[in-house]
Write a protein that binds this ligand. Structure first.
Ligand code: PLP
Length: 404
């Protein structure tokens, strides 16, 4: 990407003297000035609670909050703003669907279909739903070394008509981009509801919910240059309108009697209590920022860096790189024979390279692949080939130190 240095200057963390190489973007991204400043301005000068006040400040604040919803609608090309529910993040969005939609639609004897490459956030809520209802969970297997999903198995499992197929867009460990559009079409042909975990894809590749044809999609602002504490659940409006609420209290009610309550239509029905108002202003600024960089450029740049790192890491002795051998999404997960992943991460940290180590919230998959602990470097549009080289040099040094 031509403008990396220009974009780096927009981030206080990256704009200093010789900053650490931040290669943990899969966990969370750095924040640009535009987001920090927008939140500061909003909190300092425009803030009040939303939807309740008659006073001008509350009306302005409500307009900002609802403006962020409209901005998210546009970002994901949802048909209506009423399809956008603000949650605390991907995890809460999946829990919302598992409780509200799942409680209504999943019964004993039903099947819930996931994949082996899911993050715990898109696995444990479904396991709990299965335990509550007596449903069974099945998993689409991954191919050798996590190189992708077994799509023949997916076809067979979808033909068995599970109640829902919940799966990740981009794997946070295998760097695989799943063919979401084809899988949603296949699901639709079999009458299966779909949920896409877009935590890793939403700020890395263009995500158009109408083109993908999913029923639900979940993501987190903090992985998109935005603040923590807010995320988006997209739901097809016809489905959201049929779903009961999952949390109860103020804001989500139309009328309350001593004996009961009538609930508002979506999205308010799913946003009980005071929402993340300041964070919504930050999310708006983050989506503007990501769009100004351009998702096509971000996708090309971050996956080129991951491919570059994967190739160099593979050439080091005893290194096993997981996922596809060619094209990959913005990250690379790897293990080194005889060196624990935590030692690799400590070694990198000493050389001011920030990477992730552990199970990456995908314990079942990493155990299946025989690597309960591994290291992961994840890139974004503000990373450079020089930072990738710093990673590879640090790992090479660690190998020489631990495996002399
Ligand atoms: N799904 C995937 C694929 C992820 O990578 C993550 C976070 O790492 C999550 C879900 C959970 O996101 P959050 O912790 O923001 O809810």
């Amino acid at each position: 990407m031509a403008d990396v240095e220009r974009w780096r200057r927009e981030f206080p963390f990256l704009d200093g003297d010789n900053p650490a190489a931040y290669l943990d973007n899969g966990a969370s991204t750095q924040k640009p000035r535009a987001v920090i400043e927008r939140m500061r301005q909003f909190a300092g000068h425009e803030y009040a609670n939303v939807h309740r006040g008659i006073h001008e400040l509350s009306e302005r604040s409500t307009a900002v909050y609802e403006g962020s919803r409209e901005r998210a609608r546009k970002f994901f090309n949802a048909a209506t703003a009423e399809s956008i529910v603000f949650t605390r993040g991907t995890t809460e969005a999946v829990n919302l669907v598992a409780f509200a939609w799942g409680g209504q639609n999943v019964k004993s004897g039903d099947t819930i279909l996931l994949t082996e490459m899911e993050h715990h956030s898109n696995m444990v809520p479904w396991q709990q739903l299965a335990a509550r209802t007596g449903a069974t969970i099945k998993y689409v297997p991954v191919l050798e070394n996590g190189a992708g999903l077994d799509l023949d198995a997916a076809r067979t499992l979808l033909a068995e008509r599970p109640r829902i197929f919940a799966f990740t867009h981009i794997s946070n460990t295998m760097a695989v981009e799943n063919p979401v559009k084809d899988l949603c079409l296949l699901a639709r042909e079999n009458g299966v509801t779909t949920l896409i975990d877009a935590a890793q894809s939403a700020a890395h590749i263009p995500v158009d919910v109408q083109e993908i044809g999913c029923d639900f999609l979940a993501c987190s602002a903090h992985k998109m240059c935005g603040p923590t504490g807010i995320g988006v659940l997209y739901g097809r409006h016809e489905i959201l309108a049929q779903m009961p609420p999952w949390q109860f209290g103020g804001e989500m009610v139309d009328r309350v009697e001593f004996t009961g309550a009538k609930f508002r239509p979506p999205p308010a029905r799913f946003e009980a209590g005071t929402p993340a108002i300041i964070e919504s202003a930050g999310l708006h600024a983050a989506l503007d920022f990501v769009d100004s960089v351009g998702l096509e450029s971000i996708a090309a740049h971050s996956s080129a860096l991951a491919e570059y790192a994967a190739e160099k890491l593979r050439a080091l002795p005893g290194v096993r790189v997981f996922g596809p051998s060619g094209e990959r999404a913005h990250l690379v997960t790897f293990a080194v024979e005889g060196v624990h992943a935590h030692d690799l991460a400590f070694f990198c940290n000493d050389r001011r390279v920030a990477i992730r180590a552990g199970h990456h919230c995908a314990q079942p998959l990493m155990r299946k692949l025989g690597a309960p602990a591994s290291a992961r470097a994840s890139f974004h549009f503000y990373n450079t080939p020089a930072e990738s080289d710093r990673l590879v040099d640090a790992i090479a040094e660690a190998i020489r130190f631990f495996n002399p």
